[in-house]
Design a protein around this ligand. Structure first.
Ligand SMILES: [Zn+2]
Length: 126
């Protein structure tokens, strides 16, 4: 997984930045989620990091709805939009606590020799 990938359910969604992100009706969008190709496109117009995060969370929620086999029909955009804003704020306001909760607190330290051979490997808990 690269930095631009997000695991949702059993799938990995790739995030790609594009100059022009268009809907099926050719409207310009900030972001788009394609649950078939497991790709999220974000517009390069999103200069402000916080707004970019908000758009990404919104698109990830579309992916989550799809991967959870929830059929919201025509309501999906409205639900994802409202929940996305709340979730974005939640992540932003609680990221320290969340990191602590979900960080396994374990790190593997590898000691390697001159030619890269593994000398020792140990797990440290911090
Ligand atoms: Zn949407």
């Amino acid at each position: 997984m690269s930095n631009d990938d997000f695991k949702i359910g059993h799938h990995t969604y790739k995030v790609e930045e594009k100059d022009l992100v268009k809907s099926e009706h050719n409207d310009l969008l900030f972001g788009k989620c394609d649950s078939q190709s497991k790709t999220i496109e974000l517009s390069t117009d999103l200069k402000h990091q916080e707004f970019k995060n908000e758009v990404l969370v919104h698109e990830l929620l579309h992916a989550a709805v799809y991967e959870s086999s929830i059929d919201l029909g025509e309501e999906e955009e409205q639900v994802v939009d409202a929940l996305g804003k709340t979730l974005h704020g939640f992540l932003k306001d609680n990221i320290d606590v969340l990191s602590e909760m979900y960080d396994s607190g374990e790190e593997t330290i590898e000691v390697r020799g001159d030619v890269g051979e593994l000398i020792s490997k140990e797990r440290v808990i911090h």
